[in-house]
Design a protein around this ligand. Structure first.
Ligand code: PMP
Length: 365
């Protein structure tokens, strides 16, 4: 229905329409311009390292006359050293969305369907459709856990986030390794957007499996969603193929400011660890508070909690919170229509959220 009305608006001759690559785009969470408590897009409530602010201030605008380094060497080298890999094992992009999109284009070219869970990051389906990649979505089990055996059948590639989004469930490394080991002839992408809040990373397995790509972002644990930096870690061969595709698309994906600020963030490891630790601490406290109010949720290992209340409709709660200028994320899609995804904010923001939730729940009784 929606698509039809959009097309009427665009009012195109059907012959022209036939030639257009039409897609149903990803819908990002709202970015309200007024001041709200924003717990809807898993951003970090703390600022990036003060060193990032310093280099931003010191930046010479004259440098912007020149193109940035197309191979983004300073950032790639810094990340390689940080992860203890070679420089040719890192690929950087404009947020992990850019990196993931490049990975879809580069690696998912078998005619067989790629596999990702039915409940997961909704951009995967959009890229598959955009690039005309067939896909199938094995169902998470009733507790929203991945069923690893579902990924052992013939396929054209596998992708899943760990921790998964929006469930926040983390699978241990041996589980992830089983999926990689059972798929030696296709590429397996582990999207680790939230790994810093969780546990061991699949990056540990890079040397052992030539079919593995691990994707990371600066948007969550590094508080730099607005800067748009993401990267992939893999073996030199796969990184080489990614670069070939990138250079066939846009040589200068990383702007000069992002390169400089990204390096500063990685160098300030103490600040990074402290900020991640604060979020984990707030998350653990938030779990207790939500449980006290009767909410139920899978155990979160990310910077968000995916919660449902047996006595209160999620959509109604979402709207009531919005009226109180508190934004959380609600999808209303199949199997998750009674769930809200709540990003972990500062303790003060969470206190305001909990007071609002208590008021909403009290009004119901
Ligand atoms: N993967 C997952 C699982 C995500 O939730 C997000 C955030 N929307 C991304 C990737 C993309 O993040 P970014 O492009 O900001 O790195």
């Amino acid at each position: 229905m929606e698509e039809k009305s959009m097309e009427t608006k665009r009012n195109l001759n059907p012959k022209l329409l036939k030639q257009i690559r039409r897609v149903e785009p990803y819908v990002p969470g709202e970015q309200p311009q007024q001041k709200v408590i924003k717990l809807n897009t898993n951003e970090n409530p703390y600022p990036p390292s003060p060193n990032v602010a310093r280099v931003l201030k010191e930046m010479d605008a004259d440098r912007l006359r020149l193109y940035p380094d197309p191979s983004a060497d300073v950032l790639t080298e810094t990340l390689a050293a940080y992860h203890g890999v070679e420089n040719d094992q890192i690929f950087v992009g404009v947020g992990s969305d850019d990196v993931l999109s490049m990975c879809f284009l580069t690696f998912f070219n078998a005619e067989k369907p790629i596999l990702f869970p039915d409940i997961t990051y909704s951009f995967y389906k959009v890229w598959a459709q955009l690039y005309r990649i067939p896909y199938e979505c094995p169902k998470l089990d009733p507790d929203f856990r991945l069923v690893k055996e579902d990924y052992y059948r013939e396929n054209g590639g596998v992708i899943f986030p760990n921790p998964n989004a929006p469930t926040a469930i983390y699978e241990e490394l041996d589980f992830v390794e089983d999926v990689i080991a059972h798929n030696p002839d296709v590429i397996v992408i582990v999207d680790e957007a939230y790994i810093d809040f969780a546990g061991r990373s699949a990056a540990e397995l890079i040397d052992r499996y030539d079919n593995l790509i691990v994707v990371r972002t600066f948007s969550k644990s590094r508080s730099m969603a607005g800067m748009r930096i993401g990267y992939a870690i893999s073996n030199p061969a796969l990184i080489g193929y990614l670069n070939d595709v990138k250079y066939s698309f846009n040589s200068y994906t990383m702007n000069q400011t992002a390169l400089v600020c990204g390096v500063e963030s990685v160098k300030d490891d103490a600040y990074f660890k402290e900020s991640v630790e604060k979020i984990i601490e707030t998350r653990e406290w938030a779990k207790t508070e939500l449980t006290k109010m009767g909410f139920e949720f899978p155990d979160s290992r990310a910077n968000f909690i995916f919660a449902t209340h047996p006595k209160k409709d999620a959509k109604q709660l979402f709207e009531e919170l919005k009226q109180k200028q508190i934004y959380v994320r609600y999808w209303g899609s199949s199997r998750i229509e009674q769930y809200l995804r709540i990003t972990i904010g500062t303790r003060a923001e969470m206190e305001t959220l909990f007071a609002a939730l208590r008021a909403c729940l009290a009004a119901e009784n």
